[in-house]
Design a protein around this ligand. Structure first.
Ligand code: HEM
Length: 156
């Protein structure tokens, strides 16, 4: 077994964990939280799950990025990032960059505080907004997974 194959397996495992978590939060936790009559309990549920998942997602994002860069280096794909035919490769990198900024920069710097303040003012509206934002990220990441598989196997 080559190091490229190990990197590919790690890349996919990390992405399954990370995107699977987004699926669970978006399609299970947020609808459940929004159905609760007590908004304090609803926010507590969502924030508790999200806080635990964010810690894990930081690890899977790092593993996915490191394994992806390893493959890009190993297959000598740097020029492909300038080639429009490899748009799916650039998309993977952009999605990874977006999440890296969200998880490592925006969330600790201001997103968490902003969410808390807004939730105190308008808990119902804030949970609705959180669900819409998560749904948008879910569509983007699922599209990227599909494009990644098709692109990597010559389907695009
Ligand atoms: C730093 C960021 C990333 C880099 C450098 C990267 C790089 C790569 C490379 C080089 C491949 C193999 C392409 C080939 O075989 O020709 C690959 C495959 C793949 N990547 Fe990424 N990737 C990154 C992030 C992501 C993200 C964020 C996702 C999903 C949201 C993703 C999903 C996939 C999938 C599904 C495959 C196909 C695996 C397979 O079927 O063999 N990647 N990636």
């Amino acid at each position: 077994m080559t190091s490229d194959l190990i990197a590919r397996a790690l890349h996919v495992i990390a992405i399954v964990h990370w995107i699977g978590g987004i699926v669970f939060v978006t399609l299970v936790v947020l609808p459940l939280a929004r159905s609760l009559p007590d908004t304090t309990a609803a926010l507590h549920l969502f924030e508790g799950v999200e806080r635990r998942f964010v810690r894990q997602a930081r690890v899977s994002t790092l593993v996915a990025g490191a394994a992806g860069l390893w493959m890009a280096w190993s297959y000598d794909l740097w020029m492909a990032f300038h080639d429009p035919a490899y748009w799916w490769l650039t998309l993977m990198f952009m999605v990874w960059l977006l999440f890296t900024l969200l998880l490592f920069v925006f969330e600790p710097l201001f997103l968490h505080v902003w969410f808390d303040r807004r939730a105190q003012r308008d808990p119902t509206g804030t949970l609705r907004l959180a669900q819409h934002l998560h749904f948008g990220l879910l569509i983007l990441t699922l599209f990227t997974v599909g494009a990644g598989v098709l692109g990597a196997h010559g389907g695009l």
